[in-house]
Design a protein around this ligand. Structure first.
Ligand SMILES: C[S@@+](CC[C@H](N)C(=O)[O-])C[C@H]1O[C@@H](n2cnc3c(N)ncnc32)[C@H](O)[C@@H]1O
Length: 222
């Protein structure tokens, strides 16, 4: 089984505030989801590592009615999503891994936002992409957002990220956070990400978004 980065306690309860503070332009990325998903090949969406449901929020109230399945292994994250989307018949939330999902059910599109950089590149990253791929219809898009770059690119973009953060975050918090990203998160260079997607049975990814260290990709299942 692949590694799970368990979000719990304050990390889970403070998550929505955390993304707001530390990921400038994340909202702009999320707001693009309804348009990006015009390329879905069916109404069934698989949102992997959906956490508290930031991506679901952008999709539930659209004119296009989606059947949304969100899956996440962290009980405290999925519980917050359950509270947000209680009463929505078209949202199903599952506490678990993609590999727990029915292999016979195929989705018309998927998202994997801010998850892959927690997994080791020792087979875990490619295994997660493969598990997603097995559950997608041919031609279905996977929208991926991840910290991407080689050490030098990430170091340079972290300096720019520092400029974009709100005034008022204590300098030592900024230092700690940027140090953790640079030294502890398991991002890979763009060429490696492309290779992983191709090895997992996807077409060559198309990068359409970048905000400092965060890159967004559209990747089609072959
Ligand atoms: C940074 S949060 C992103 C949440 C949400 N996608 C968003 O953009 O707000 C990362 C999420 O990945 C989940 N996660 C960790 N390991 C995972 C795995 N192996 N498969 C799927 N999700 C995983 C965590 O539980 C957590 O909720």
């Amino acid at each position: 089984m692949s590694k799970v980065e368990l979000f719990e306690n304050e990390r889970a309860s403070g998550y929505d505030q955390f993304v707001e503070t530390w990921i400038p332009n994340y909202h702009a990325f999320l707001d693009q989801l309804p348009n990006l998903l015009r390329t879905a090949v069916s109404q069934d969406l698989l949102l992997v590592g959906c956490g508290t449901g930031n991506e679901i929020e952008r999709l539930v109230d659209q004119r296009q009615v989606w059947n949304i399945t969100g899956v996440d292994p962290s009980p405290e994250m999925i519980k917050q999503a359950e509270e947000k989307f209680e009463g929505y018949d078209n949202v199903m939330l599952i506490e678990g891994l993609v590999s727990d999902l029915d292999i016979k059910k195929h989705y018309g599109a998927a998202t994997l936002l801010l998850v892959l950089h927690f997994l080791e590149d020792n087979g875990d990253k490619v295994a997660l992409l493969q598990e997603i791929g097995k559950r997608l219809l041919s031609g279905a898009p996977l929208i991926l957002l991840d910290i991407t770059g080689n050490k030098e690119q990430v170091r340079e973009n972290l300096a720019i990220l520092r400029l974009l953060l709100h005034d008022g975050i204590a300098v030592e918090h900024v230092d700690q956070r940027l140090h953790r990203i640079a030294n502890e998160l398991l991002y890979v260079p763009e060429e490696r990400l492309i290779q992983l997607c191709e090895d997992a049975g996807f077409e060559r990814p198309v990068r359409f978004f970048q905000s400092t260290i965060y890159m967004g990709w559209m990747i089609r299942k072959k």
